[in-house]
Design a protein around this ligand. Structure first.
Ligand SMILES: NC(=O)CCC(=O)C(=O)O
Length: 260
């Protein structure tokens, strides 16, 4: 089965959810017009890293983002991995991802496990406790948030439980572009699965972001890559290729799990 996917590599208006919802809607409309059936948004795209103002601009129980995603999914008949939002839950803040299918059903909620100290997340956010696995149209996928990709064991755990594609939503800064690309290609090769990684573009008061969203096949080939600016990064993922690569080099049969 082949799926045309789009990463929405958008700029984010700092601390201005309304502007970001308008911008995201335009991009989703354009992706749907380009026949993309699965759409991915970046990390914390509703607010950016305006963490000190989350009391004011955070999303209570993620309802604002979920409502938006459900509406877009049904209107455009697309599945959406809706990036993440600063969710307010039980008086705490989480960096939470929601995925919604084309019928408007929420199929996944995942809150970022590894908080990134360099961007002050640990001062404002709580770490999630969910796994990242979900089912979409008969396929098992897993979705992670930015810094999570530096923890190969966390991603591997999900692949061992059946993930055929890994989705990553990010706000990854430009000075570490080399890490972004290298880590993502490595995650695709070692796990023999697709990696679809959506980064933001633009600046906030502290960072310039890298863009360079990537779609990488299970052989580690980059099939689509963004520039630094805003744009749609589009590619086709072929779930049969995952099986073929895993057959050609049977890493999962050859693992010696008694040793590690
Ligand atoms: N938003 C993030 O988690 C950024 C992670 C990052 O930049 C890194 O180098 O890791």
């Amino acid at each position: 089965m082949k799926i045309k996917v789009a990463c929405i590599q958008m700029d984010i208006a700092f601390g201005q959810p309304e502007r970001n919802f308008e911008n995201a809607f335009r991009w989703i409309e354009e992706a749907a017009r380009s026949q993309c059936r699965l759409i991915v948004l970046p990390e914390l795209w509703t607010t950016g890293y305006d963490l000190p103002r989350l009391n004011e601009i955070g999303d209570p129980n993620g309802e604002q983002l979920k409502g938006f995603l459900k509406k877009c999914a049904k209107k455009f008949n697309v599945d959406i991995i809706g990036g993440s939002t600063a969710q307010i839950k039980d008086s705490k803040f989480y960096n939470s991802l929601f995925a919604v299918d084309k019928n408007g059903q929420v199929v996944k909620e995942y809150s970022k496990l590894h908080l990134f100290k360099l961007m002050d997340e640990h001062h404002f956010l709580s770490s999630g406790r969910d796994h990242a696995l979900f089912n979409l149209n008969g396929h098992t996928f897993a979705s992670f948030i930015c810094y999570d990709i530096r923890f190969p064991e966390w991603l591997r755990k999900h692949v061992l439980q059946g993930a055929e594609a890994i989705f990553v939503v990010a706000e990854w800064p430009l000075p570490r572009l080399n890490h972004w690309k290298t880590l993502l290609v490595a995650r695709a090769i070692e796990n023999q699965c697709y990696v679809v990684a959506c980064n933001r573009s633009g600046d906030d008061p502290k960072n310039t972001f890298a863009g360079h969203s990537l779609i990488i096949d299970p052989w580690g080939e980059i099939i689509a890559e963004g520039s630094e600016g805003e744009g749609l990064i589009v590619g086709e993922i072929d779930m049969d290729l995952v099986k073929k690569v895993r057959k050609q080099i049977p890493v999962f049969d050859d693992r010696l799990s008694d040793f590690y």
